[in-house]
Ligand binder design. Sequence first.
Ligand SMILES: Nc1ncnc2c1ncn2[C@@H]1O[C@H](COP(=O)(O)OP(=O)(O)O)[C@@H](O)[C@H]1O
Ligand SMILES: [Mg+2]
Length: 259
Amino acid sequence: MRPTIIVEDLSVAYGDKLALEDVSFKMLEPGFLSVVGPNGSGKTTLLKALLGIIKPIAGYVEVLGYKVPTERYKLRKHVGYVPQRERVDPSKPVLVKDVVLMGRIALRGWGHPLLEADYRAAMDALKAVQMEDFWDEPYAHLSGGQQQRVLIARALAVNPQLLLLDEPLSGVDAVTQEVILRALKAKADEGVLLIMVVHDLNPVVELSNYVMLLNRRVVAFGKVWEVLSEQLLSDAFNRRVSIAKTDGKLIISGFDHHA
Ligand SMILES: Nc1ncnc2c1ncn2[C@@H]1O[C@H](COP(=O)(O)OP(=O)(O)O)[C@@H](O)[C@H]1O
Ligand SMILES: [Mg+2]
């Protein structure tokens, strides 16, 4: 399996409305890509196109060596996906372990019994986000931040080669942010490819190898230091964005749009 992503001239439309237009980028080795862009700029659509959940109207997409969407079912076994936050119906008696094991069930195929290894992978994934004590708790009883950690654990439990995360840091507490970023950093260090949509670049600047500014088209894609210019950010967000360096730490302000 090649740890690569190749996207060439990808266009996606909903009806006659273009959500992505001529998007091209390549990741030819494992790394951490952060994607930012205004509301409605196509960030979620990009992740779905990489997974093959939506079919493009044009373009070529190859993920981990699989052609998408044609080979999406083979690809899915190697991908952990954390969708933009879904609220879970609190009346549903789902336990934390059920949520995390869902990832393993999808991996085995429906109807196949879970094995010891599945339970171990689920527990290890919960440990990675410091939620192992909640194994038997009802998922609905958890705080928003704790629920997000469990959803990350569900994605980690399949031992993915690629992690796609859609605004996993939005609306969670500071501790959860830190725990999530530490778990993701550990995965990146293991050679897992990560693509994360964020609404605020500040917490992820130091972690990212690559940054993409998206606004239906790719405004900029490259190494963090190539992309993070006030001009490019201001163009992408149609407002004045400033970058300051304080005590060696980069602070980007003006673009945070709070989805
Ligand atoms: N299922 C859908 N049907 C119709 N339009 C959609 C659908 N999903 C997204 N869109 C539109 O496509 C554009 C990109 O959406 P999205 O990828 O969700 O952007 P982002 O994640 O950057 O906020 C938006 O204009 C949005 O309204
Ligand atoms: Mg989105």
